[in-house]
Ligand binder design. Sequence first.
Ligand code: BG6
Length: 489
Amino acid sequence: MNNIDCPAASEIVIFGALGDLSRRKLLPSLYQLELAGLLTDDTRIVGVARNDITLEQFAQQINDGLNEFIPETLDTDAVTKFLARLVYQQLDFKNITAYSELATTLASEKTPRVYYFSTPPAIYGDISEGLKSAKLIRDNDRVVMEKPIGHCLESSKVINDQVSQYFNENQIYRIDHYLGKETVLNLLVLRFANSLFTNNWDRNSIDHVQITVAESVGIEGRWGFYDEAGQMRDMVQNHLLQILSLLAMEPPADLSADSVRDEKLKVIKALKPITRQNVKEKTVRGQYADGYLNGLAVPGYSNEEGANANSGTETFVAIKAEIDNWRWAGVPFYLRTGKRMPKKHSEIVVHFKQQPHNIFSESYADLPSNKLTIRLQPDEGVELEMMNKIPGIASQMQIHENKLDLSFSKAYDNQRVVDAYERLLLEVINGNQSLFVRRDEVEAAWQWADGIIAAWQSTNEAPKPYAAGSWGPVSSISLIARDDRQWVE
Ligand code: BG6
């Protein structure tokens, strides 16, 4: 999907190139693009970081990262070609005058550059200013901003204002890596390429929707960052709301960046605010306590290394979200996400309404409703639970629930599931913003999330404990049980 107004970029400049994200995701993903032949011959990858190291040391660290994170796909020739693209520039990000050194390192050709900010957001403004002062921002250059963009609506505005002094909105790519996941993208195809779902994707046919994004990992040494953020800011404000908006949006006119983003924005804006009055009824905050995962004892959040034992940060959130519009009035979207849950498991389950009348009551008293499950990860796929006749001669029809199962691994044998960052990096290189979040979406999402956080603060209640390795606090079961429903386990 190359944007015709925007030629492909051939220089990728990563700020924070020695950081965890860069080693774990960005460089391995760029290597995968190399392997797939998707990088042009003249593409250069410029790592920028504070450390005073040589290019050889930088290349060694990147090579170690490839061996650690994607050993199964390494090909000697491709690795050699890839490492030869690397360039390293030491830089103090806050020293505006030092950017002239970066200018001498960067290629002088007019082809566009991608500036990837993989640093704390607080210095996005400094980097932008430094680039500008060294005359390194041209109309076709792009900037990628990692989340979290801010800590709340106000701080996100400050960061966006700083960057937008130097870059136009059509140059800014705000990344939410969930938008690059195969299964999240498949939501568009599932909804808009199958007439089966054209007329029953609304309050008339759907009873409710559950979105679960569960992780078995804890905070993985990111105590400082995570304790400030919590699961609401780290996962709900971005990843879960992006999934929700793709699932609930009106059909966009086409796949262009603004058509899709306009529709997603309308959904986020239509979310019913959660206030101090109803926050207890509509949300649950939890924090993992000591427990067991895969038979091994794991410490609770407040016993993690470096932890503040009195932290009131949530590691689990469940929300009954409601979309106040014509299509979804009365259809709850139950969201649930947490760390240290029994396994990594993310899925959307769309529960259709029950049949109005049961003519099979003699053999099946309580006809279950159809359920469409979209497994985001792992074991990506789509599953539809339907009723079926059990073959047999008995006069009374025997029926049971069965599954139409479209597991990606079975349906697309040998097809590697592309990592979200591979796709998103390629989209930036090609200048296509569809899979990136526009400023107004980020702000609308903060507005809703901020309301919930403020309501929690006003109640001053500690998060509910749950044992590591469990599905969250008991009150998250009550949240949905109050509506006579239950979580799909
Ligand atoms: C990140 C969060 O955005 O997403 C992490 O900061 C989280 O806390 C991660 O673990 C989950 O991503 P994925 O792709 O593993 O589901």
